[in-house]
Design a protein around this ligand. Structure first.
Ligand SMILES: [Zn+2]
Length: 153
């Protein structure tokens, strides 16, 4: 069984209340067109017409060569963090996703990265977790490389 881990509420509230992103810049304010605007906190598509924030996020605890930063969307309004017990809406909108395992020290575990069909994410993650070196998995969009969420055991 895998867990789908959304961004923590603390950092999302920071952005939603006007805080800066990992580049020290204010999030851009936009209105969702309702297509392909996944919120990394509630793990749902941001509805058409709803306010959203576009900002840079680095989903790592430390700075090092593997600590990629990139664009993410979150709801502009306060939303509830997904409990992550089932595969969330935002991992159903594309046909496939990029997944890869990371070690406890936040390095890519080479050989684990794969582009997999949306329906196969859970099974492919279980397979990656059979490698004891893997501490967690990052899910990114297969076409644009945008960070979606983390998967834990
Ligand atoms: Zn949201």
């Amino acid at each position: 069984v895998v867990k789908y881990v959304a961004l923590e509420t603390k950092i999302v509230r920071h952005w939603q209340s006007g805080g800066t992103d990992c580049h020290g810049q204010l999030p851009e304010k936009a209105i969702s067109d309702g297509q392909g605007n996944p919120c990394r906190h509630c793990l749902r598509e941001i509805p058409q017409g709803a306010p959203m924030l576009i900002l840079a996020h680095r989903p790592f605890h430390h700075l090092h060569p593997y600590a990629e930063a990139g664009p993410v969307f979150v709801c502009g309004r306060l939303c509830l963090r997904s409990d992550g017990t089932t595969q969330p809406d935002i991992l159903t909108t594309s046909p496939e996703y990029l997944i890869k395992g990371y070690s406890e020290d936040e390095r890519i575990v080479y050989g684990t990265g794969a582009v997999v069909p949306a329906k196969a994410i859970a099974a492919a993650s279980e397979e990656i977790f059979s490698d004891a070196r893997v501490a967690w998995i990052h899910v990114r969009s297969a076409r644009n490389n945008c960070y979606q969420l983390r998967i834990d055991r």
